[in-house]
Design a protein around this ligand. Structure first.
Ligand code: SF4
Ligand code: SF4
Ligand code: SF4
Length: 189
């Protein structure tokens, strides 16, 4: 039988879209029998895992993350702007929680898909990490026989961007804007 886990939600500077998607996924996957979601306010809650949405701007946010990290909570960077807030949110002097505490797992996407979130939640119930993505968006274009936009003289950030979105934009003849974070950020997953 699967165990019941406590997952803390820590919201930093972000649009909030990732946690909205998270709640939707948890309900639609009927995972609420196994997961209790907690709001992390002081960092001392009884969470097994802490999902971080967004980037760290203030010194109080940094202190809270340090406290969570000292308490050996398992940090999950949840969504692209938690992994690379500077690039995704376009804000200077903003930091990823991954630069402050040790990261157990992470999930990119702006926001991540329901399937990706479902996979993450199920892995947390089993106390496992999810497989890392290490390939660019371009790989999925090849697999899906999508004609490259660069060959048509258009711009596309696919070569520099982590895949896993099933070429959501090139599939509809739209350029990749890099919303799943830079390939070189993969070391914090
Ligand atoms: S990753 Fe995108 S959708 Fe998620 S909180 Fe950040 S800006 Fe919003
Ligand atoms: S369309 Fe963009 S993502 Fe697809 S192969 Fe070309 S550069 Fe890569
Ligand atoms: S193609 Fe690029 S911009 Fe579009 S969803 Fe995928 S990573 Fe994001």
């Amino acid at each position: 039988m699967k165990r019941r886990i406590k997952v803390g939600l820590l919201e930093k500077k972000a649009c909030g879209g990732c946690f909205e998607r998270l709640k939707e996924t948890a309900v639609s996957n009927e995972l609420l029998d196994n997961i209790e979601f907690l709001d992390i306010i002081k960092g001392d809650e009884k969470a097994d895992f802490v999902l971080v949405q967004g980037g760290v701007l203030s010194s109080s946010q940094k202190k809270l993350l340090e406290k969570i990290s000292r308490a050996k909570k398992k940090l999950i960077l949840f969504g692209s702007c938690a992994i690379d807030p500077n690039f995704i949110l376009g804000i200077k002097n903003i930091r990823s929680a991954g630069e402050i505490g040790s990261v157990f797992s992470s999930i990119c996407g702006c926001p991540p898909s329901n399937d990706e979130i479902g996979e993450l939640l199920k892995s947390l119930i089993l106390s496992k990490t999810i497989p890392k993505i290490s390939w660019p968006v371009c790989n999925e274009c090849s697999e899906n026989e999508i004609k490259c936009l660069l060959l048509k003289g258009e711009e596309c950030d696919g070569p520099n961007t982590l895949g896993g979105c099933e070429v959501l934009c090139p599939k509809y003849d739209k350029s990749c804007k890099g919303c799943r974070t830079r390939l070189e950020k993969k070391e914090i997953r």
